[in-house]
Write a protein that binds this ligand. Structure first.
Ligand SMILES: NC(=O)c1ccc[n+]([C@@H]2O[C@H](COP(=O)([O-])OP(=O)(O)OC[C@H]3O[C@@H](n4cnc5c(N)ncnc54)[C@H](OP(=O)(O)O)[C@@H]3O)[C@@H](O)[C@H]2O)c1
Length: 292
C-alpha cells in the first residue's frame, strides 16, 4: 500500500508525516523487520531513541529499503546520561553512526532532568549547534512540563519543534497540550493507543466500551479510532507494533472522519494521570548508551 499522507510543518520549516512508527520495546533483532514492514505499508517517519538500543535496526531497515534517504524522516532521542554540551554533541555522533546517516531529521531530549537542569540546558544548546550546522533538521524535547519548557525557552534561543508526551484517551495532559500549542510546539503523542499502560499491566483503552462502540459504527478498530482522534485534534502519532497486520491497521486511518460528538465522547474518557514521573533519579538507573 502507498498512501500519500498529510504532513505537519515544524517550526524549522521541515515537514513531518501525520503518522509515524514507534519502536519502543521492539527488540534490536526484530527492529529491522518491523521497520521494513512499516516502510512497505507506507510509513515514512520512524521514532526511535538511543536508550531503546535499536537504532542499528532502524538503520538496517533504511539500508535494506529502496527508499531515498530524503524520503524517510528519522527521529531519535538523547538519553539523560548523555546530557551536557560536549556529551550531547558526542551522543549525536553515536546515534548517527548507529542509524548509518550523516543527518538526523528530528533530534530531541528524551526527558528533562530536574536534578541537573543546567546539564539539560547545555544538552539543548548542543542541539541548537547541531541545527545551525545542518546536522539535524529540527530539534525538540519529550516529557517536558510547562515549568521546564518555560525555563528552557528562557535560557535558549530556539523554541522546540515538538514536545513528545504521553497522550491517549485515558491520559490527555490538556494543560500541557495547550502550552505546546500556544508556543507553536507540535504535540507528538506517545503511547497513542495506550501502550505503556498495557506494558505495565494497566487498564487499556483498546477495550473501552465507548471506543469499541465508535469503532463499530465506522467499521474500524478502537486503535484506529484513537489514532483518528489524535489527528483530528492536531497531534502527531507514533504507534508501535511488531505485528505486520497491526502495523498496517495503524496506518489505515486516512479514510474516515470522527464527528465532533464522537470526539467529545472520547475527550470525556480522561482519567488524569501520566505514567512518567517528573522526578526520576536517572543516575540510580545506571543506564549507559554504548558507543556505535
Ligand atoms: N518519549 C517517551 O518517553 C516515550 C515513551 C513511550 C513511547 N514512546 C514512543 O511512542 C511509541 C508508541 O508508544 P508505545 O509503544 O508505548 O505504545 P502504543 O503504540 O500506544 O501501543 C503499543 C502496544 O500496543 C500493541 N498494539 C499495537 N497496535 C495495536 C493494535 N492495532 N491493536 C491492538 N494492540 C496493538 C503493541 O503490541 P505488538 O507490538 O505486539 O503489536 C504494543 O503492546 C513508542 O514505540 C516510542 O517510539 C516515547
Amino acid at each position: 500500500m502507498t498512501t500519500t499522507q498529510p504532513h505537519f510543518t515544524l517550526n524549522s520549516g521541515v515537514e513531518l508525516p501525520h503518522v509515524g512508527f514507534g519502536v519502543f520495546q521492539t527488540p534490536q533483532d526484530e527492529t529491522a523487520d518491523a521497520v521494513q514492514t512499516a516502510f512497505e505499508v507506507g510509513y515514512r517517519h520512524i521514532d526511535t531513541a538511543a536508550v531503546y538500543g535499536n537504532e542499528e535496526g532502524v538503520g538496517d531497515a533504511l539500508r535494506r529499503s529502496e527508499l531515498a534517504r530524503s524520503d524517510v524522516f528519522l527521529e531519535t532521542k538523547i538519553w539523560v546520561v548523555d546530557y551536557g554540551y560536549e556529551q550531547t554533541l558526542h551522543a549525536f555522533d553515536k546515534s548517527a553512526a548507529k542509524l548509518g546517516v550523516d543527518q538526523i531529521d528530528l533530534l530531541i531530549l528524551h526527558q528533562a532532568d530536574p536534578q541537573a537542569f543546567d546539564r539539560t540546558i547545555q544538552a539543548y544548546k548542543a542541539l541548537e549547534a547541531l541545527l545551525a550546522d545542518g546536522r539535524v533538521r529540527a530539534i525538540g524535547v519529550s516529557n517536558f512540563l510547562p515549568v521546564r519548557l518555560e525555563r528552557l525557552m528562557h535560557e535558549t534561543d530556539i523554541v522546540p519543534a515538538v514536545n513528545q508526551i504521553e497522550v491517549h484517551p485515558y491520559t490527555q495532559q490538556r494543560e500541557l497540550q495547550a502550552f505546546n500549542r500556544e508556543h507553536g510546539i507540535l504535540t507528538q503523542a506517545w503511547s497513542p493507543i495506550g501502550g505503556l499502560r498495557t506494558y505495565n499491566g494497566g487498564d487499556t483503552p483498546l477495550a473501552n466500551d465507548t471506543l469499541v462502540a465508535i469503532a463499530q459504527a465506522h467499521g474500524k478498530t478502537p486503535a484506529q479510532v484513537m489514532l483518528r482522534w489524535h489527528l483530528q485534534e492536531g497531534r502527531q502519532v507514533i504507534p508501535k507494533s511488531v505485528r505486520p497486520a497491526r502495523i498496517a491497521e495503524n496506518f489505515d486511518v486516512f479514510d474516515f472522519e470522527l464527528s465532533p460528538e464522537e470526539i467529545a465522547r472520547i475527550d470525556e474518557l480522561e482519567q488524569g494521570m501520566t505514567m512518567v514521573p517528573d522526578d526520576v533519579d536517572f543516575d540510580a538507573l545506571g543506564i549507559e548508551i554504548p558507543e556505535s
